[in-house]
Write a protein that binds this ligand. Structure first.
Ligand code: GTQ
Ligand code: FE2
Length: 359
């Protein structure tokens, strides 16, 4: 926030400032905190415990119904440094969503894009523009901007997952639109494999020649399955020689990020390995899929276990130290920073600095 520091004693100056204020004008020369040498980061390093999220999701499931009016049973992660705003970091919404057996979270769409990452369980289908995407542990499922989405749980077991949305960015641009589904009737179809995966999830480096027209701004593949991710991680970590490896989820046809505002990555860190301390502009939200150890963010060290959600604010160094093998999913707003020419990154272990996009 900028602050004004009027300390005028000159009555003429007092009068000028009063006249400026009266016309909704402010003198730059009296402002501080506007152009800081480095980002003045809103939001603090933080961890939400997976055990707490599961327990409190359960408690909400007992008490709060899901239907029109209360569409989504969602607990938003609120970074304590953001003055009560329901955001995990200043640019990303992160939350846990809880759907009991036989429940339906009705269809709607909005301009903020969303993604789901599942830590445990299965049994829910998310319909994205009518395409039924099954959700299971370790899967990443996309609901890009302005696609209709509906979640339904045909089985008896409850299911929990993490949602991440670019809502703070879209809200800052005053570009939030929302509408409810085209039909009042819920669509309870299921499928073993979505149409999106049948077209675009064939295999590494294989894409259809005569496929459907590509959506202009997001990956045509809407689900990234754990079996594929696990295989790719195992292969990469075995060859990296460092004890850790990170994959980026990409648009299988165009190679870019899965959605224009959010980058998704997953890291595997072998036991006894610590990753370099790195920082970059833009916020990041992490979710522990497997394993235990410590994540250091800024000057805070958090013990982590599966289901934990972590906030890495902009320009804050972070690193992972694995006690048992860790798989750590993360989402950042790197594509936004890169598109705007604002990406800066630094590896504090090697001293390497970059300005601009790396690939
Ligand atoms: O599942 O549609 O965490 O619309 C926040 C807003 C989830 C959803 C959230 C949403 C959803
Ligand atoms: Fe939604």
């Amino acid at each position: 926030m900028t602050t004004l520091r009027y300390s005028a004693t000159d009555p003429d100056l007092d009068l000028l400032y009063a006249r400026l204020a009266d016309r909704s004008l402010q003198p730059l020369w009296e402002m501080t905190g506007l152009l800081t040498a480095e980002p003045r980061v809103r939001g603090v390093p933080f961890r939400w415990s997976g055990a707490d999220l599961r327990e409190l999701g359960n408690a909400a499931g007992e008490l709060v119904p899901v239907d029109r009016g209360g569409d989504r049973r969602v607990l938003a992660c609120c970074n304590p440094g953001l003055d009560g705003a329901p955001y995990a970091v200043s640019t990303l919404w992160a939350a846990v969503q809880y759907l009991r057996g036989h429940e339906i979270a009705p269809a709607h769409r909005h301009t903020p894009a969303a993604l789901r990452f599942v830590v445990e369980g299965s049994g829910v289908w998310t319909l994205v523009d009518g395409d039924p995407l099954q959700m299971g542990a370790g899967d990443l499922v996309l609901t890009p901007s302005w696609t209709f989405h509906q979640h339904h749980n045909p089985g008896a077991e409850p299911m929990v997952w993490m949602d991440v949305l670019d809502l703070p960015v879209v809200a800052a641009l005053d570009a939030v639109f929302f509408e409810t589904g085209p039909s009042a009737e819920p669509d309870t179809r299921t499928a073993a494999r979505s149409t999106s995966e049948q077209w675009f999830g064939g295999g590494p480096g294989l894409v259809p020649v005569d496929g459907p027209l590509l959506p202009p701004r997001h990956s045509p593949l809407l689900a990234y399955r754990w079996a594929d991710t696990d295989r790719a991680l195992a292969s990469l970590v075995a060859t990296s020689g460092t004890g850790h490896a990170t994959l980026r989820y990409s648009d299988p046809v165009r190679g870019g990020d899965v959605m224009p505002t959010m980058r998704c990555e997953i890291a595997r860190v072998l036991p006894g390995t610590t990753t370099d301390a790195v920082r970059q502009t833009g916020g990041r939200v992490c979710c522990v899929l497997h394993g235990t150890g410590h994540v250091t963010i800024g000057d805070q060290q958090f013990a982590v276990s599966p289901g934990d959600i972590l906030a890495v604010p902009s320009w804050t160094p972070w690193s992972v130290a694995a006690t048992t093998e860790i798989d750590l999913f993360s989402t950042s707003d790197a594509p936004v920073l890169e598109a705007l020419g604002l990406m800066r990154a630094e590896n504090l272990t090697t001293g390497q600095r970059t300005i601009g996009a790396r690939s």
